[in-house]
Design a protein. Structure first.
Lengths: 98, 458, 380
């Protein structure tokens, strides 16, 4: 299932490519990692530590630390506060993997 | 460590911070404006970085975007992606930016750290696909991305409608809006607060209402369960009585992979607490707020506070408080201030404050709503602490926020209690049949937000 | 019996007393474990104890920990993985040699490891260490869980526990305590245990007793939760030396302590400072500690710091706790001043005080721990 939830009428920055768990994904300069993931319908990002519940973004504004992903090998980055960069490697723990 | 000095440091670039920066820079002061966010504008002034739509906006939004333009053309040093971590007893800021530490010394400090969202949890609210109304708004307004094709919106307060309008405008399929509030609240807000309200939400309400004609809008309705796995697939909602108790037999089920959720706002007072500023608990202001005088000075001599952190009240309040704080600072630095302007601003602020109290009181959740949270519901999402753990611990005598934190690790995780703290205060006061005023809030320690260890080493 | 203080020591005393069927009233002026016991590491370190009396006490306490979780009926996150002392240079190794020689006689089973051997045990150790010693007896617990577990078990045995109840005075008749004063009440009692930790001297003041316990601040840093990468607690040789040599503690670099808690957070410490009752953390200390620990565990450079806090160690001039009866007034018993060892020494402290009160005699002589040791002897 590939989807693009981007609103067509909005102009965007240059197109770039990022990798999510090794798989290529289109993104646009100026987006956050979270925006790029959500645009592609990815919402399961990690497991809660103690109960192993699936978790995804909640606040979207850097407060809740639910959207932690790894960025270029560096763990526990807030997807909502990190800009995408060309060829960025993003790691998520997604049991909804497509 | 990089060192910086300036006349005034402003933390937060929402309406409050921007309005203050504008005035202070115009009067020739060296201003440093710091914000953790990727862009200027705080929670309200958002637009996709590559879109030109900001200039065309009217009303307060247009004013705000023009303000951002002015700030950019003034000799103000602006640092985004910049986390203020600590304020020491001399008022020195410790700031992290791109994994480097900056220490900032200034004559005056203005805290304009705004607010975050508040949530009323239910079974399954941790499922991916349940996001905040703020997150939905940010995705659409800042990045031009829909949270999903189909969405349900639930909670309490005007943000529900703002998000509904934005979602519909961009071609989303909105299943329904579920509002815990009743018709009486809506009526009071629309009649007494109309002046404030219409300006604040800038026509979004009107446009939403047009669209909402076709979207079911349920009052006194709340989500009781989110279902799915691994992500959200369905939401169960039900009607509630005036006291917040569920009305059996009124359940409705919605099939959706996306639920936007919001139950009002919580002031971001953590930095002010670290700076030693006195705080007060006031339900009419949205909970724990920073105590300020008429000139927006806090209990600390060189520290001012403006905007949502002194009480939830909306964009106009933030704007006028930012201005008043700027004049307060100018006055303190021995500069002249037009007394007529001050009188006018203070009068306006009082109006905003009255509106804020009405607004917050109307959106307060009844105690019963907290008491009926089922035991299995997660309260602290970072440490997976459940409602049953909390009630048991309170029964065992761990009946203050600090004691609960030590006993359950509640609030000890990455978000440092920002999501669960307001809940813990409300649950505690409901269980103990008293007000949250009685319990000192969680203590705050440096750093106020997690920070890469690497930043200390460079 | 009244126990003053709901830290780990007061909690342990209340537990062992109530186990001996003695009625206990524990009064805590704030919340339970809100003092030093809620702001510390949880190491049960044998290698750090001064050989002799101190080590003997610690070893006895260590033995009690073996089946303590079962006895208390709670999880105290006890981990018996041993501990390591890290030497940054040969110079440090040389300086600590006499200490280690003495330790050997204490039958601790300490082994000296070179870098390679140390990294075999703890693969995440960095290459910048000269040597390490390993002791299998070293262990760790969660100090909060431990305190609460003592309290819970004491309650089960009939002890009555009161939070937010400060002791503000005493009634003394002749030479004997007969009541304790709180803002709400006057409670009759025959004996009182002063387990007020760093405030033990203030409690002493209420009786005009001079108790030389002083606050010695230790700052701690908490990281986010990381996957389990460290199985043993680590102390630097300097950290131990600093306990006994104030000059080292005040210097630029007081050494470090590193532990990964059961929850997965790292606790990084610490300082030894005399700054009164100031519990703030300082930027310099945070940076110094991070500069110290990151070469030892390079993996920490990838982690985030989420919190810092400071605790006040109840320091005594000779590094030993003050335990047992005071000569006057009668009925006043000390159990305070455990400095940086209160968690490790809590079980034995509780047991000895309970023996003293219930049986009138103790399995280890408390004389060397008496308050009187600090009173200058009159020349005879
Ligand atoms: C999610 C959300 C959505 C909202 N949507 C609407 C809406 O649609 N309509 C409406 O009328 N009102 C809305 N509001 C209310 C709105 O925020 C206020 O009306 C007003 O704009 C607030 O202005 P402010 O300057 O007080 O704070 P904010 O606009 O919240 O700005 C505070 C700024 O401080 C920064 N900050 C905080 N702490 C730190 C730190 N430690 N270091 C660095 N920077 C920091 C934040 O990043 C933020 O940019 C919303 C509020 C929230 C929380
Ligand atoms: C940074 C740091 C790291 C440490 N690491 C370790 C370690 O790894 N291993 C180890 O074994 N030890 C360690 N310690 C030492 C250990 O924490 C202490 O020795 C121990 O917690 C002391 O316990 P306590 O019960 O005596 O004191 P506290 O826990 O302070 O309890 C005393 C209680 O008495 C109460 N009180 C005071 N006055 C009154 C009154 N008038 N009426 C009623 N109540 C009163 C206080 O509120 C307080 O709760 C460390 C300490 C620090 C600071």
């Amino acid at each position: 299932m590939t989807q693009d939830l981007r609103i067509p009428s909005i102009s965007r920055g240059p197109k770039i490519k990022v990798f999510v768990n090794g798989q290529g994904l289109v993104a646009y300069h100026g987006e956050t990692v979270l925006a790029a993931l959500i645009a592609a319908g990815r919402r399961v990002l990690r497991k809660s530590r103690i109960d192993g519940e699936n978790r995804g973004p909640l606040c979207g504004m850097g407060v809740c630390y639910e959207c932690l992903v790894s960025v270029n090998g560096s763990p526990n980055r807030r997807a909502c506060m990190t800009d995408v960069e060309d060829h960025m490697e993003i790691g998520i723990d997604d049991s909804e993997d497509m | 460590m990089i060192r910086k000095t300036c006349d005034v440091v402003i933390v937060g670039s929402g309406f409050a911070g921007l309005s203050a920066a504008d005035i202070l820079a115009e009067r020739g002061l060296r201003v440093l404006l710091l914000d953790e966010n990727l862009h200027l504008g705080g929670q309200l002034l958002r637009s996709p970085p590559w879109s030109g739509k900001r200039s065309s906006a009217g009303g307060i939004m247009g004013y705000g975007f023009r303000l951002i333009g002015r700030i950019k053309s003034q000799p103000i040093e602006v640092l985004n992606r910049t986390n203020v971590l600590d304020i020491d007893e001399r008022g020195m800021l410790l700031v992290e930016r791109e994994e480097r530490m900056i220490s900032v010394a200034s004559k005056m400090l203005l805290l304009a750290t705004g607010a975050r969202e508040r949530f009323m949890p239910f079974k399954g609210w941790t499922l991916p696909g349940v996001i905040s109304t703020g997150a939905a708004q940010i995705l659409m307004k800042s990045y031009g991305v829909l949270p999903s094709k189909r969405m349900l919106i639930a909670g309490i307060g005007p943000l529900l409608l703002a998000v509904a309008g934005e979602f519909l405008k961009n071609g989303g399929r909105l299943l329904s809006v579920l509002d815990m509030g009743g018709a009486r609240e809506k009526f009071l807000l629309l009649t007494r607060g109309i002046q404030q309200f219409s300006k604040v939400t800038e026509g979004i309400v009107e446009s939403a209402q047009v669209f909402l004609a076709r979207v079911p809008y349920h009052l006194r309705t709340m989500v009781v369960e989110a279902r799915g796995g691994p992500g959200l697939s369905a939401v169960v909602a039900a009607k509630i009585g005036k006291d917040g108790s569920l009305l059996k037999g009124t359940e409705m089920i919605y099939r959706t992979d996306s639920l936007a959720l919001g139950h009002g706002f919580v002031p971001n007072i953590e930095l002010a607490q670290l700076a030693g500023c006195a705080i007060d608990h006031d339900g009419g202001k949205g909970g724990w707020v920073v105590r300020v005088g008429e000139d927006l000075q806090t209990s600390e001599d060189r520290v001012f506070a403006a905007g949502e952190i002194t009480g939830i009240g909306g964009a106009l309040k933030s704007m006028d408080e930012g201005r008043l704080a700027a004049f307060g600072i100018l006055n303190k630095l021995g500069r002249e201030v037009d007394p007529k302007r001050l009188i006018h601003l203070k009068r306006q602020r009082n109006r905003h404050l009255r509106f804020g109290i009405l607004f917050n009181n109307l959106h307060r959740m009844p105690d019963q709503a907290f008491l009926s949270i089922p035991g299995e519901v997660t309260i602290c999402r970072c440490e997976d602490v459940k409602m049953a753990d909390v009630t048991r611990a309170v029964k065992d005598g761990y009946d203050t926020p600090a004691a609960l934190k030590r006993a359950l690790r509640i609030g000890m995780g990455n978000c440092q209690g920002r999501i669960c703290a307001p809940l813990v205060y409300d649950i505690l006061s409901a269980l103990k049949k008293t007000t949250a005023k009685e319990f000192p809030p969680f203590s705050v320690r440096s750093p106020v937000k997690p920070v890469a260890i690497r930043s200390f080493l460079s | 019996m009244i126990v003053i203080g709901g830290g780990v020591i007061g909690a342990s005393v209340a537990y062992y007393l109530s186990k001996k069927k003695i009625g206990v009233l524990l009064l805590e002026r704030s919340d339970f474990a809100s003092g030093t016991s809620g702001a510390c590491d949880g190491m049960i370190f044998m290698q750090s104890k001064k050989p002799g009396l101190h080590l003997a006490l610690a070893l006895k306490s260590r033995r009690i920990f073996e089946d303590l979780p079962e006895k208390l009926g709670s999880d105290i996150e006890l981990r018996r993985n041993g501990g390591m002392i890290i030497f940054r240079s040969d110079l440090e190794l040389k300086a600590m040699a006499p200490f280690m020689e003495e330790q050997k006689r204490g039958n601790l089973g300490v082994s000296l490891l070179d870098l390679h051997q140390a990294r075999e045990l703890e693969p995440c150790l960095g290459p910048n260490i000269a040597a390490a010693t390993f002791c299998p007896l070293d262990a760790q617990v969660n100090p909060l869980c431990l305190t609460y577990a003592f309290l819970k078990a004491a309650k089960r045995h009939g002890a009555k526990l009161f939070a937010r109840t400060p002791v503000t005075g005493f009634h003394v008749k002749g030479n004997r305590i007969y009541a304790v004063v709180t803002p709400q009440n006057v409670v009759a009692t025959r004996s009182v245990v002063n387990a007020a930790g760093v405030f033990a001297s203030q409690v002493g003041d209420l009786l005009s007793l001079t108790i030389p316990v002083a606050p010695r601040r230790g700052q701690l840093l908490v990281t986010e939760v990381l996957p389990p990468i460290l199985t043993r607690c680590l102390l630097s040789a300097r950290y131990i030396a600093a306990k006994y040599d104030p000059a080292l503690a005040e210097g630029q670099n007081p050494g470090f302590s590193i532990e990964q808690t059961g929850n997965g957070n790292f606790l990084l410490g610490s300082t030894r400072e005399f700054v009164g009752f100031d519990k703030r953390t300082t930027r310099d200390a945070i940076r110094t500690i991070l500069m110290e620990v990151t070469p030892i565990l390079p993996r920490l450079k990838e982690a985030h710091l989420i919190r810092t806090f400071a605790g006040l160690r109840p320091y005594t001039p000779d590094g030993l706790p003050i335990l047992g009866k005071v000569s006057t007034p009668e009925g006043f018993i000390m159990a305070a001043g455990h400095e940086g060892d209160g968690i490790a020494l809590s079980p034995i402290t509780g047991q000895l005080i309970a023996e003293l009160i219930a049986d009138g005699k103790t399995s280890i002589s408390l004389e060397p721990f008496s308050l009187e040791r600090f009173i200058p002897k009159e020349p005879s």
